[in-house]
Ligand binder design. Structure first.
Ligand code: B12
Length: 309
């Protein structure tokens, strides 16, 4: 567990709103410290205790009395990342995803949402924990790199299985395999492209978005990390996607982010939507940017896409 989390991270982990997190801090349910700028940082241990008290289940939990809590599940993912067990991780994600009950699965986004929850509540927090170990000197840089590589391998395997494995029949039988989730364009239409743009080297979130949108029946392309904005514009011209996503994990030059974003937004064609998100997208940055949607999680993104339908 990361030593201290922001209220956004805590809200995602706990599955409650940010205002609930604030209330829990004010009531003393969660232990909080303040940054010099006055922002709340919530102690990981107090989150762990609260979750254990509720005996919450999550993504990788097993049914029955010995079930794991969310926190343990995050730790289990961290363990798989550290050991380089990408196949096990892909398998755990797929098994958990397939085991989520679907009520008729008539909603094209229902299945994708459960995958998004796994990513938001378990996989992303596992990587935050890796980052926190690096930050506190418990991990060398190479270990952080190995963990990231393991996760990326696992995400690729899940995507591969989505195309060829058990999840194909799952989505086909539920009637939302086709790429017509958003509109009636033919199969080779790319519905969504996105990446980490400019100086941004963090592209794991982009890979997760690709996976989740693919699960929602969309044809997607994640274009990687540190993509020059010209190149993203070229891809948008070539593919004519309806959705363009950009992820911001570590903003070093806010002015340049605002400029890049402005260029992208101005070059969109009618009907195209720019969606942005990521842990570096502060409120003050958002106020300076133009976009159609900004979200804090993959579940938020899916909610927005559902509203678009
Ligand atoms: C892996 C990693 C790297 C890898 C990235 C490899 C890769 N291919 O992505 C490498 C080694 C390259 C790297 C480099 C650096 N990193 Co780094 N890195 C991380 C680490 C451990 C994980 C990042 C990650 O992928 N998280 C998982 C993603 C999925 O989580 P997420 O970003 O929160 O995304 C979720 C939401 O935000 C949302 N979301 C994200 N994008 C979008 C988009 C849309 C449209 C929507 C709706 C939602 C959404 O959904 C996601 C799922 O819930 C983090 C630790 C952390 N706390 O995250 C540090 C971290 C981000 N890195 C950090 C730093 C400082 C750096 C470096 C500057 C280090 C250095 N001195 O060189 C460089 C510079 C990078 C740059 N210029 O961009 C800091 C950033 C601090 C800050 N406040 O900005 C962090 C937080 C580590 C730390 N604790 O200090 N890093």
């Amino acid at each position: 567990m990361q030593q201290h989390l922001s209220s956004i991270q805590a809200s995602r982990l706990l599955g409650v709103s940010r205002s609930t997190v604030k209330r829990m801090c004010d009531e003393g349910t969660l232990a909080v410290v303040r940054t010099p700028g006055g922002h709340r940082r919530i102690a990981g241990d107090s989150i762990r205790r609260w979750m254990n008290d509720r005996s919450d289940t999550n993504a990788f939990s097993q049914p029955g009395p010995k079930r794991r809590t969310s926190v343990l599940a995050v730790e289990r993912v961290v363990d798989m990342l550290i050991r380089g067990h990408s196949i096990d991780l892909a398998d755990a994600i797929v098994r958990r995803w397939c085991s989520v009950p679907r009520n008729g699965a008539d909603d094209v986004f229902a299945s994708a949402r459960s995958l998004a929850e796994i990513m938001d509540q378990t996989v992303a927090p596992a990587l935050w924990e890796v980052g926190s170990r690096w930050e506190s000197g418990r991990f060398c840089v190479y270990q952080e790199h190995e963990c990231t590589a393991t996760l990326c391998d696992a995400l690729s395997m899940v995507k591969q299985q989505m195309r060829t494995g058990p999840m194909l029949s799952m989505t086909e039988s539920s009637g939302h395999r086709s790429s017509t989730a958003i509109n009636d364009k033919p199969d080779d239409q790319i519905h969504a492209v996105g990446c980490a743009v400019g100086d941004e080297q963090h592209d794991v979130a982009s890979k997760m978005i690709e996976l989740v949108l693919t699960a929602a029946g969309m044809t997607t392309r994640s274009l990687g990390a540190a993509l020059p904005v010209d190149s993203l514009q070229a891809a948008i011209n070539d593919y004519c996607p309806q959705i363009v996503w950009v992820t911001y994990t570590c903003v070093q030059q806010p002015d340049s982010v605002v400029q890049i974003n402005d260029r992208l937004f101005s070059s969109l064609r009618p009907g195209q939507r720019l969606v942005v998100g990521g842990q570096a997208l502060t409120q003050s940055l958002r106020r300076q940017m133009r976009f159609h949607f900004a979200g804090d999680s993959l579940c938020h993104l899916l909610d927005y896409l559902v509203d678009l339908r």
